[in-house]
Design a protein around this ligand. Structure first.
Ligand code: MG
Length: 269
């Protein structure tokens, strides 16, 4: 099932997105039982499919991406965190930082894994039993703050507000059984910038769930960003960074297209 979250007449609702684009209202809870009421929904505004509890991110998880950044293939998954306040809705803007200025804001298409059932020390063979489903993510990254402004930590450059677009739909595991063979792309202003397949991950989704759950409690609503393939802006000649007026789309086979415009950070709000 494809699940969307949206505003309808001022209320937040969950719905089932059908192949023909219709949305019907779901009754129940995202991490409990959900049933399709069959009643048509009026979608006033699409939201990210969930408000993540934690956002765990994996760096350097595709070989050619590690190589384009001059990094060795890691021995263990490389973990960093995004703040849940960085989440942005489909269609809402990615804001280029202007208070802490960055002129090196980059896109990264990523498969996002949504944990549905709590787990700790789950073995690889049972890891996917704890996954509710998948969505598209853009791990937006200010390369200057990631490299030089963060004291060696990636978090500063990765957790500006709006730097974690998610959506449009959360596709449950009954509809998308194998996350390990999905085409994944970034399209910037109509041009394909990243075009690869999740089959090339160094650490696949079950391995990531096993690894992460070995050190922490993965709770319902935890989102895991699984890394990006090659083709990011900083590694291109000449480099390509996001500019006001751009439109960036993350597309994953079987999930959908997550599109966000790019603007400058507004003045004080
Ligand atoms: Mg990333």
């Amino acid at each position: 099932m494809k699940i969307v979250r949206f505003l309808s007449a001022g209320s937040e609702r969950l719905g089932r997105l059908h192949d023909d684009g219709r949305v019907t209202l779901l009754d129940g809870e995202l991490f409990g039982r959900l049933t399709d009421s069959g009643r048509p929904a009026t979608v006033d505004k699409l939201l990210a499919p969930l408000e993540p509890r934690d956002i765990l991110c994996i760096g350097l998880n595709y070989k050619r991406h590690a190589a384009e950044g001059g990094q060795a293939v890691p021995e263990h998954p490389v973990l960093f965190l995004k703040n849940s306040g960085a989440v942005q809705n489909p269609g809402d803007p990615i804001e280029l930082p202007r208070t802490l200025r960055s002129d090196m804001v980059d896109y990264e298409c990523e498969l996002a894994v949504v944990i549905g059932k709590s787990c700790r020390n789950v073995p690889r063979a049972r890891a996917l039993d704890h996954v509710l489903g998948y969505t598209c993510a853009n791990d937006v990254s200010a390369r200057d703050w990631q490299r030089n402004g963060g004291g060696g930590q990636w978090c500063r450059g990765k957790t500006f507000a709006t730097f974690c677009p998610l959506g449009p739909a959360l596709v449950t595991t009954d509809e998308l059984a194998d996350p390990g063979r999905l085409a994944i792309r970034t399209i910037l202003n109509g041009a394909v910038m990243q075009d690869w397949n999740t089959a090339d991950m160094i650490f696949d989704v079950p391995t990531l769930v096993e690894f992460l759950s070995a050190s922490m409690h993965l709770r319902p609503g935890t989102v895991i960003l699984t890394g990006t393939p090659h083709g990011v802006g900083f590694a291109r000649t000449p480099p390509v960074y996001l500019r006001p007026g751009d439109e960036v789309t993350i597309e994953i086979e079987g999930i959908g297209r997550l599109t966000n415009p790019v603007i400058e950070e507004p003045a004080a709000r």
